[in-house]
Design a protein around this ligand. Structure first.
Ligand SMILES: *Cc1c(COP(=O)(O)O)cnc(C)c1O
Length: 432
């Protein structure tokens, strides 16, 4: 399949080219030129996520040099589970996406992208530097996924003092081909530096650069797999479609669910849960789309004032009225996040991370409004990643899962950097 740009439906790019380039040539986002259609019977033989992923992604990879590698890439990227856990309140499940190396859903996309990039680089190519700005989870997932890969290195910029201590530790604990830069500034400063570098041709004549942010097709496409896998399992067991409530920031995770549904998977309603950053809530309530500066919340990985995948949502739903009718959006404030974590789902003792708590609170609203269908709350991170918020609320220690505990046991180091573009360029050139 070829890929078009959100800004030019007639343009055509190879998947491999799109994976390396990040943005489309005209500044838009890459989108599939057609959407394949599946029925549940097409997946009759696949009950692993890796199997579902390979079947689902095959049409997108057809004709690309990576097509022959797809099964192997899926097997490597999807080697940990994404269980759909029934909760003891009616018709409600938890889709746990935090069983990967850094305990957040971004591990799936980052590992798949790394598998693709690794195969696209040959040993004669100059080393490729993946430049990432992170507010916490993305950088760790990308670092873990690319750690130790030949001819690829990762430089992560994070705002010093504004990610959780455990997130900072995860960013700095890899070493080798991974460098963490602790920037004196905000996440927006980090992102600005990265964007400037990625559009700087002079710099890129010296240093080959690529990105791994949530607009990358190499992250978006594989994220469809866990929605497909859990919805197919639910469909086989019950004959009913499964709805998803998705904690949302840049809309990367939600867009994967929306695409999977558009490809014919048995997915019911999709509801978006944001934190107090209200840009989507205001648009869905009827206002014009108006990006705004982000505000800091307890769900920091969703502190987004201009969701980068919104352009893809509009490509799928060119008519604003149809778009607003297609999804419900609930903005959840910090007070409600705290209450939700403290309550642990009607006193049942379930512990949620602050992002997942937004989805739990959104579903509670939907249920109060009379929604009786089957829903899955999408659990995007393990609560132990945000222990400073969660532990005082639930009144006990939340032990980290083993993979996370192993990372926390390693020594960590990050290099200081001023929020200054010239300093970043000097750093990147020195490393050549
Ligand atoms: C990144 C992240 C989100 C938001 O995902 P988007 O794809 O940006 O919408 C939600 N929860 C956690 C834990 C995250 O790390």
């Amino acid at each position: 399949m070829k890929f078009a740009s959100t800004r030019d439906a007639g343009s055509r790019t190879d998947l491999s080219t799109a994976l390396i380039a990040g943005l489309a040539g005209d500044g838009g986002l890459h989108v599939p030129s057609t959407l394949p259609r599946f029925t549940p019977a097409d997946f009759a033989a696949d009950d692993s996520i890796a199997g579902v992923a390979a079947r689902l992604l095959q049409p997108f990879f057809e004709g690309d040099p990576l097509a022959d590698e797809l099964i192997a890439i899926c097997a490597e990227a999807f080697d940990f589970p994404a269980p759909l856990k029934p909760l003891p309140v009616g018709q409600t499940h938890l889709l746990e996406l935090f069983h990967g190396p850094t305990a957040a859903f971004k591990d799936f996309g980052a590992r798949f992208l790394a598998g693709c990039m690794q195969r696209l680089r040959t040993s004669v190519d100059a080393p490729l530097t993946i430049l990432v700005a992170t507010s916490g989870d993305t950088g760790a997932a990308v670092a873990a996924a690319f750690h130790g890969l030949a001819n690829l290195r990762v430089v992560v910029l994070y705002p010093e003092g504004r990610v959780s201590p455990r997130q900072a530790h995860q960013l700095g604990c890899f070493g080798n081909n991974i460098t963490a830069l602790r920037v004196t500034g905000s996440f927006d400063d980090c992102q600005r530096l990265v964007k400037q570098a990625l559009s700087d041709r002079e710099l890129q004549a010296d240093v080959a650069l690529s990105s791994a942010n949530s607009i990358s097709l190499g992250r978006l496409l594989p994220q469809m797999a866990y929605y497909a896998h859990s919805a197919l399992g639910h469909w086989r067991r019950t004959g009913a479609p499964l709805g998803f409530v998705i904690p949302t920031g840049n809309l990367g995770n939600a867009l994967a669910a929306i695409l999977a549904r558009a490809c014919g998977l048995p997915i019911g309603e999709i509801a978006l849960a944001t934190n107090a950053n209200r840009v989507l809530a205001q648009f869905f309530a009827g206002a014009n789309y108006a990006p705004m500066p982000s505000v800091a919340t307890l769900a920091n990985a969703m502190d987004v004032g201009a969701p980068s995948n919104f352009e893809r949502l509009r490509w799928l739903y060119p008519d604003d009225h149809a778009l607003r009718a297609a999804f419900a959006v609930h903005a959840i404030d910090d007070t409600t996040i705290r209450e939700t974590i403290r309550n642990g789902l009607q006193g049942l003792g379930e512990i949620f991370c602050p992002h997942t708590a937004c989805a739990v609170a959104a579903l509670e609203k939907l249920r109060r409004g009379g929604a009786t269908q089957d829903w899955a709350i999408v659990s995007t991170a393990h609560p132990a990643k945000f222990e400073q918020i969660v532990e005082p609320l639930v009144g006990r220690v939340v032990p980290p899962p083993k993979a996370l505990a192993d990372l926390l046991d390693r020594p960590a180091h990050a290099e200081p950097m001023a929020s200054d573009y010239a300093a970043l360029c000097t750093f990147l050139r020195q490393r050549e």
